[in-house]
Design a protein around this ligand. Structure first.
Ligand code: ADP
Length: 684
């Protein structure tokens, strides 16, 4: 045998084992052509594998058998079992008990049929007769534990026995509650196939019957359970027609209590009914398989949650007049504990298992408390959303995985929609830990860069700064020398010396002020949001470039708005923006004659009430083709330019939830405007 993919190996090994089986095992494809025929089939029917593989399964059928109908039912149900009459090699017919199972492709379309068969032990088995079909269809059966519903059942039974009339609406409510309280002990294949979803039986065991039982007929099931416990004896069966739920046609439910006293709280339920017309059933099955696959492999963790218990509590609270659920939860935090314990995850997809570091979906299929160990407040928010009748709720939160990691999670909740209330809530969780980390790194990088740009600007402005510091120092020296001269006189003029000393102190303070400001610009620090006066920030920025302005004979006109509201922002960053814009304008007006070098600064409020700052110069303006590009990083038209000034301005203003634009003024020159939201309260 040549090495093959694991899939093919499984395919091969399967018939190998079946070769040893004492039961007849036959595999045939969807056109009925036999693919595999084991030795036990030869014993049973006489035909050797060589004669049968490649032949139609119909070759075995007794004449007159309703093959078409059988095939239709088999595909509908995915499985069939019953007694059939088969034609043997010896020309006689043999009665066989067979079980047939359809195997499906991943996309839900049928692949082939595996048939197990043995000689019928039943004397009355049809010999030469037809396929006994409909009544042999498997019922969808359930074994259910009602222990947790016993109290409610006892209450209802007692009321009934006492002849008390129970209002129908109350009774329906109780029936729903009762079904909610039951637990699944076991289900058969058919039930698992019909309602079990992705993982069938394993997923269903231990969960509430309500999670899987169609909501339209939950009350009927509840009523039947009450009926079963009303009767003194455990033997009889209780039967009712169910509301059709789109899965089965004319479903009938039969229910009985178990006879063993030690299992007195158990009941068995069998649902009979045929799946609807084969084409739609197959279609449904295929589309459902595709849908399930899609959901299962979705790269977002999805959790199906049953919060029906809380839904009822909320309805009660609303009826009692509770409107402000925030306040109610403050007074009754225990309701959050109740939600933690009673709201259950009922199904999860692959990504959810992966994200939580679980090994199987069953690790996550339990009450939701493990989701909210880190951030209980998130559960509170989810509850408030449901109480307030929202359709969705989304928030950023943190969760602890099963293996102890803490992950940042974008949580999106989709609530059940009334009145179609199926009571399925979906939690979609996206692990955003890596994204948040990357964002933090980016922010850090950007901060580093902005800082580097500030330092480089300070470097460029070194002459200006030196000049700025020099001025008070020079004043100090002059005043000190004059003081000394006054003191050296025969009659020292103390009043004059006092005046000069005061000036010295003032100049010292001014020098200190300047140094502090430069330090502020140079220091590496996290941005902070404070209330500030935009005019003050602009004036401080002007200080940095005063020397550049003076030495180039540039005129600065200012039109600062009065009584402006405060801006909320980072003082140093906003200074950096204005300094950058000023430097660009200083460089732009340089090409003009001395008395035509003008820069105009303006502050005010725009139509939207945002604080705005505008700077306009009498330079050459920006070539229209460049207007779209000047804010890009590294775009420069200057020989020694870096092209980062405006890019940094834009990112700082965006960080302040504002915007910055550049235009060419109709009277010539460039104009830059930025606007940032105003805080509340006026500048004193
Ligand atoms: P840099 O000043 O290093 O070139 P910027 O990002 O500050 O970097 O500016 C990018 C480009 O935008 C400049 O090279 C220039 O072409 C244009 N620009 C900026 N401000 C003005 C202005 N006031 N007048 C004309 N062009 C300007």
């Amino acid at each position: 045998m040549t090495p093959t993919s694991p899939d093919t190996l499984v395919e091969r090994s399967e018939p190998d084992i079946a070769d040893l089986a004492s039961e007849s095992v036959i595999i045939f494809d969807t056109s009925g052509t036999i693919q595999y025929w084991n030795p036990a089939s030869e014993v049973l029917y006489g035909w050797p594998p060589l004669a049968m593989v490649g032949r139609g399964i119909g070759h075995l059928s007794a004449r007159g058998a309703n093959e078409g109908e059988h095939w239709r039912l088999l595909l509908q149900e995915g499985a069939w079992q019953g007694s059939v009459s088969r034609r043997t090699l010896w020309g006689i017919h043999v009665a066989a008990d067979i079980r047939q199972y359809v195997r499906f492709h991943d996309d839900g379309t049928p692949r082939d049929v595996v048939e197990y068969g043995r000689r019928s032990l039943n004397e009355s088995a049809p010999v030469g007769g037809d396929w006994h079909i409909p009544d042999r269809l498997m019922a969808a059966s359930w074994e259910i534990d009602t222990s947790r519903a016993q109290q409610l059942i006892a209450t209802i039974v007692a009321l009934r026995r006492a002849g008390t009339v129970i209002a129908p609406s109350q009774f329906t409510l109780w029936c729903h509650e009762l079904v909610q309280a039951t637990r699944i002990i076991n289900v058969n294949d058919r039930t698992a196939r019909l309602v079990g979803g992705n993982r069938g039986r394993a997923l269903m065991v231990g969960q509430s019957v309500a999670t899987f039982w169609p909501i339209e007929s939950r009350a009927i099931l509840g009523a039947l359970i009450v009926e079963a416990f009303m009767s003194e004896t455990v033997g009889p069966t209780h039967r009712r027609q169910l509301v059709s739920d789109g899965i089965l046609r004319d479903p009938v439910v039969t229910l009985w209590r178990v006879t063993e006293p030690e299992r007195a709280h158990r009941i068995f339920v069998a649902v009979n009914g045929t799946a609807d017309d084969d084409r739609s059933y197959l279609y449904l099955r295929a589309s459902e398989a595709r849908y399930r696959k899609l959901v299962h492999y979705m790269p977002i963790a999805l959790l199906q949650v049953d919060a029906s218990h809380m839904g009822k509590i909320y309805a009660d609270l609303r009826n009692k007049g509770v409107a402000d659920f925030h306040r109610y939860l403050d007074a009754h935090p225990e309701l959050i504990d109740i939600a933690n314990e009673t709201v259950r995850v009922t199904d999860v997809n692959r990504q959810a298992v992966q994200m939580f570091g679980g090994t199987s979906p069953l690790d996550l299929i339990r009450p939701i408390n493990y989701l909210f160990t880190i951030n209980r407040n998130s559960l509170r928010n989810v509850m408030i959303g449901r109480f307030n009748g929202q359709q969705n709720h989304a928030e950023l939160t943190r969760m602890q995985t099963l293996d102890g990691r803490i992950v940042d999670v974008q949580l999106s909740v989709t609530y059940p929609v009334a009145p179609l209330e199926l009571d399925v809530t979906i939690f979609a969780l996206e692990d955003v830990t890596a994204r948040l980390q990357m964002e933090a790194q980016l922010r850090q990088l950007q901060a580093d860069f902005t800082h580097a740009a500030r330092i480089s600007t300070l470097g460029e402005l070194a002459t200006s700064i030196a000049h700025e510091v020099n001025q008070p120092l020079a004043a100090i020296v002059t005043n000190a020398e004059t003081s000394l001269r006054w003191l050296a006189r025969a009659d020292p003029n103390i009043a004059k010396v006092t005046q000069l000393t005061e000036r010295i102190a003032a100049s010292g303070r001014r020098a200190n002020d300047i140094v502090q400001r430069i330090r502020g610009m140079a220091a590496k620090r996290a941005p902070e949001r404070v209330a500030l006066d935009l005019n003050e920030v602009a004036q401080e920025a002007l200080m940095f470039i005063r020397h550049e302005v003076d030495s180039r004979a540039i005129r600065i006109n200012t039109a600062f708005g009065t009584a402006l509201p405060q801006a909320i922002g980072d003082r140093i960053q906003l200074q950096q923006v204005i300094v950058n814009l000023l430097i660009n304008s200083v460089q732009a007006v340089e090409v003009r004659e001395k008395d035509a070098r003008i820069i105009m600064l303006e502050t005010g409020l725009d139509d939207d009430g945002a604080l705005c700052f505008s700077i306009r110069d009498t330079g050459p303006g920006i070539p229209p083709a460049d207007l779209d590009r000047i804010f890009e990083g590294f775009f420069t038209t200057k020989d020694s330019g870096m092209g980062m000034g405006l890019a940094i301005c834009q990112s700082i203003i965006a960080g302040h939830h504002g915007r910055i634009v550049a235009v060419n003024h109709p009277d010539g020159g460039a104009q830059f405007r930025f606007a940032i939201p105003a805080g509340t309260g006026a500048v004193r």
